[in-house]
Design a protein around this ligand. Structure first.
Ligand SMILES: C[S@@+](CC[C@H](N)C(=O)[O-])C[C@H]1O[C@@H](n2cnc3c(N)ncnc32)[C@H](O)[C@@H]1O
Length: 397
């Protein structure tokens, strides 16, 4: 049994419409009476609303877990993981062994990310509630998956933001369970294409799982085409293009380590190495100086240019500059795939940026398709934070 917390009618209406957060101003109980991260039963005018985690010192004071009265123990996590595994696997090809099992609020475990990489599991605990329940989460994952290792990739500043410094994970104790082998790179498969993935130090939890369906689409267009992959990381789009018969690819990233991984991935798949050329460059310089009319397809998947609301204006300028430069210089009948991966720049803002870039380019540009997150990264309609990835497939006439 957990403590009760009373919230006001505004909070109740938000919860009933599917929003999973209650801000501190909407809590009527004295927040000082709660321990950071403890589960609570939520009430409004004495009527039960659901179960959540409380963060008494944060502006997001309560995060919803369930509309029912549940007990958050190892068994709760086991049931959740079994249910999620069953339905997420339905979305994946049999030759894909890396996917998102738990996507935080969107899967009703607020703050928890669980990515499955074949026999390995990588987690991030991004709220006081799941930080506190880490041991139960790990032992439930062991029970359901029997993995070789469970790795924690929670970023250090999360513990300060969540007022949970006593649970801090450092570089030295990231492996929470099992043993991560000496070789830091593990081989994973996505739709039968093999990738070396660095689960300890690679970007995100090791791989950009969220671009899987867009990579598949780019692959479909690539036959006999010249493909430019901007901000390539370990070559996700590059390898799909080559696997689908691209004439040649050019991969550009600021990180030399990421580009070296492309070479290794080419070898791993026994693709002809000369088909791809790597260029270590800053995207802003590259699009300004390169002759972009050499390419039939241009992929542009930059890092998030705005992580905080205070960065939105500059972020929008960056998206606008890159996209309008590309659209001005792209050859006729080329396809541009362009993405934005931050919830701070929402769907409408990104659409406006692309509209402005098209206007600036003075070209006729058709939208072939708009895409969002893949099926294993399910989102909530009333919770925009889970809809961070949005992309356009454009056709330049
Ligand atoms: C969203 S990731 C790309 C993921 C990739 N498309 C995939 O499918 O795996 C963004 C990449 O941009 C690179 N990057 C960051 N800043 C950059 C810059 N100024 N110029 C070029 N690349 C940059 C990062 O190293 C990272 O690999």
């Amino acid at each position: 049994m957990y403590k009760k917390i009373e919230v006001n009618k505004n909070a109740r209406n938000a919860i009933l419409s599917g929003h999973p957060w209650i801000f501190s101003g909407k809590v009527e109980s004295d927040l000082k009476g709660y321990e950071n991260g403890e589960p609570v039963y939520i009430f409004c005018e004495k009527k039960f609303l659901g179960t959540g985690f409380v963060s008494p010192k944060n502006s997001i004071a309560v995060r919803m877990i369930s509309r029912s009265k549940v007990l958050i123990d190892k068994d709760f996590f086991i049931q959740k993981f079994l249910q999620l595994q069953k339905f997420k696997k339905k979305f994946l090809a049999l030759n894909t062994n890396m996917y998102r099992l738990v996507f935080s609020e969107a899967d009703f475990i607020p703050g928890l990310i669980v990515d499955v990489y074949n026999k390995y599991i990588v987690i991030q605990t991004n709220s006081a509630g799941v930080i506190k329940k880490r041991e139960q989460i790990v032992s439930a994952l062991v029970k359901v998956f029997n993995p070789l290792a469970i790795i924690d990739r929670t970023t250090p500043d999360t513990y300060n933001l969540e007022h949970s410094p006593e649970y801090r994970i450092t570089d030295k104790n990231r492996v929470l369970y099992g043993k991560y082998p000496g070789e830091k790179l593990q081989v994973m498969s996505e739709n039968g294409i093999l990738f070396y993935v660095d689960l300890l130090y690679g970007h995100k939890t090791g791989f950009y799982l969220d671009q899987r369906e867009n990579r598949e689409l780019v692959g479909r267009f690539s036959f006999q085409n010249r493909v430019l992959n901007l901000c390539s990381y370990s070559g996700g789009f590059t390898l799909y293009a080559i696997a689908n018969g691209a004439k040649e690819t050019v991969s550009v990233d600021i990180s030399k380590t990421a580009l070296d991984l492309i070479d290794e991935n080419m070898e791993l798949n026994r693709f002809q190495k000369t088909k791809n050329k790597n260029i270590a460059a800053d995207i802003f310089d590259f699009v300004s100086n390169e002759n972009l009319s050499n390419y039939d397809i241009i992929v542009v998947d930059p890092p998030s240019f705005a992580k905080h609301v205070s960065e939105i204006e500059n972020g929008l300028k960056a998206y606008k500059f890159i996209n309008s430069t590309i659209l001005k210089k792209a050859k006729s009948e080329s396809i541009i795939f362009t993405s934005s991966c931050t919830s701070v720049v929402n769907e409408m803002m990104f659409k406006e940026v692309i509209e402005k870039a098209i206007r600036d380019s003075k070209r006729d540009v058709k939208v072939l398709k708009r895409t969002f997150l893949p099926l294993d990264h399910s989102s909530l309609l009333n919770f925009k934070e889970t809809e961070y990835l949005k992309s356009f497939f454009l056709f330049v006439l």
